[in-house]
Design a protein around this ligand. Structure first.
Ligand SMILES: Nc1ncnc2c1ncn2[C@@H]1O[C@H](COP(=O)(O)OP(=O)(O)OP(=O)(O)O)[C@@H](O)[C@H]1O
Ligand SMILES: [Mg+2]
Length: 458
């Protein structure tokens, strides 16, 4: 009999040869290996009753890519290590923001992989074994964090809707948990939804539920998050990603305290406190017609802004101690030189980035001391700090900001005008090429341009 496996690892990659090679390596390390050749297979494994403790996920796959897998993984406890290739730094940053455990560059080096996987498996098991819903502590000694604590003490116990604002990784979700814990609803459910992770056409059913057969794929009745949160708190993260149609329905649910599941005639009363968070400039979205002004004001009654970590560097040391303990590396200490290195850095990924830098530093720390040299190396390797820098190496590829969605209130003529403008811009104003891309002849396009008052180059 062989020893019990060290854990279950899912290898998600559309490259068969890679899966084969990595499977061999992982088996040698004692892991039970599962494989997924595409996003759908991966989601099926991640949502299975006994999901793997860890997964290796290739970001670049045909069909559903790795980021989409992360977005759609639901509540899977699996710790996901993303595999990045040349030129995917931006995607790696996004992956970390979507809660990936860590990242490794391809080709994968077994020396780096082995300790990282061990950590991932251990963390996943820790979470599974933890009983109860512990409130994550809000660590920090800065005046800013003290103010956040005062806010939680005063606004927490009220039924008020709260809007939590701040850059990525500043602790918005931590604050949401603490607001719930400070309220009389603390024994009720805390239900979280990440609006960035819900496919566009499923928001309504996700929030308000549906009746079996209400649409293709609705094979069961579903209660919806509002009713699951009845008597408790519903936390809507990445609120800015909520589509306009769902915004209208959310506003209605907030005002009338009733929800109607998709395909059901009956309304259900709900008693839910809503907390929302975003790292976007919501007002800018309102001005652009992408976010409803009435919902904005309804949610904005009690805003709290979490300052970025670079503006409260006195929190670095207490946070580092707390996070090291959380990583199971309580015995690892920071040398003064490491503290100085941390203080000299501006932490674009905030506390989440600190957590990830510490996670890697703890792996490499000799004698359980993180010194300045190691700290600087880990900071230099942090993907968050490289975001944006690499894009100029791929000029033209991802630099052009994606066009904002067209509001559903736009008239058809307006939509046509916007579309023509975009297509024209993407062909540098060349009318002949734009016309061919639009599937119309040159003269027709010229006529339309004149009628819309748009300029192009012949
Ligand atoms: N003040 C804090 N004390 C302890 N842990 C913190 C604190 N702030 C953030 N963290 C930890 O940092 C990580 C990121 O925090 P969180 O998920 O709350 O960020 P966020 O603001 O919701 O980010 P995003 O906008 O990307 O969703 C989490 O692991 C969280 O536990
Ligand atoms: Mg969040």
């Amino acid at each position: 009999m062989s020893a019990a496996p060290a854990g279950r690892v899912l290898v998600i990659d559309d490259d068969r040869a890679f899966r084969f090679a990595i499977r061999k390596a992982l088996r040698r390390m004692g892991y039970e290996v599962r494989e997924a050749a595409d996003g759908d297979e991966a989601l099926a494994e991640l949502k299975a009753p006994e999901p793997p403790e860890a997964a290796l996920l290739d970001l670049r796959m045909k069909g559903m890519d790795g980021l989409e897998v992360l977005r759609r993984r639901g509540a899977a406890p699996t710790r996901i290590i993303v595999l990045t290739g040349h030129g995917t730094v931006q995607a790696a940053v996004e992956a970390m923001q979507l809660g990936a455990f860590s990242f490794l560059e391809k080709p994968v080096d077994a020396e780096e992989l082995e300790p990282l996987l061990a950590q991932a498996v251990e963390e996943s098991q820790l979470v599974r074994d933890a009983t109860g819903r512990d409130v994550p502590p809000l660590v920090g000694e800065s005046a800013a964090i003290e103010q956040v604590r005062t806010f939680i003490r005063t606004v927490g116990p009220t039924p008020a809707t709260v809007m939590i604002l701040g850059e990525t990784g500043t602790g918005k979700e931590v604050v949401a948990h603490n607001l719930h814990a400070a309220s009389p609803r603390r024994d009720g459910p805390f239900v979280a939804m990440n609006a960035a992770c819900v496919p566009r056409d499923l928001f309504e059913s996700e929030l308000f539920g549906h009746k079996r057969g209400a649409f293709t794929g609705a094979t069961d009745d579903r209660k919806g998050l509002f009713r699951e949160a009845d008597g408790g708190t519903l936390f809507i993260d990445e609120l800015a990603e909520l589509p306009l149609e769902s915004q209208a329905k959310l506003l209605r649910a907030l005002e009338e305290r009733k929800v109607r599941p998709v395909g059901e005639g009956r309304e259900h009363e709900v008693d839910v406190r809503v907390l929302a968070a975003t790292n976007r400039d919501l007002w800018e979205r309102v001005s652009a017609g992408q976010f409803r002004e009435d919902l904005y004001f309804r949610l904005q009654v009690f805003p709290i802004v979490l300052p970025p970590l670079r503006d409260r560097k006195e929190d670095l040391v207490p946070l580092a101690h707390h996070l090291l303990a959380r990583l199971g590396a309580a015995g690892t200490t920071l040398a003064d030189s490491a503290v100085r290195a941390f203080q000299a850095y501006d932490w674009p990924g905030n506390v989440r980035e600190l957590l990830n830098v510490l996670r890697r530093a703890a792996l490499f720390a000799e004698g359980r001391i993180i010194d300045g040299d190691l700290a600087r190396r880990m900071i230099a390797a942090s993907v968050f700090g490289h975001a944006g820098k690499t894009s100029d190496r791929h000029a033209g590829m991802s630099e052009r900001p994606s066009a904002p969605p067209i509001p559903t209130t736009a008239s058809l003529a307006e939509v046509e005008r916007l579309h023509i403008e975009r297509v024209l811009a993407s062909h540098d104003g060349n009318i002949t090429r734009a016309a061919s891309a639009l599937g119309i002849d040159r003269r027709t396009l010229q006529r339309k341009l004149r009628s819309y008052g748009i300029e192009g180059e012949s």
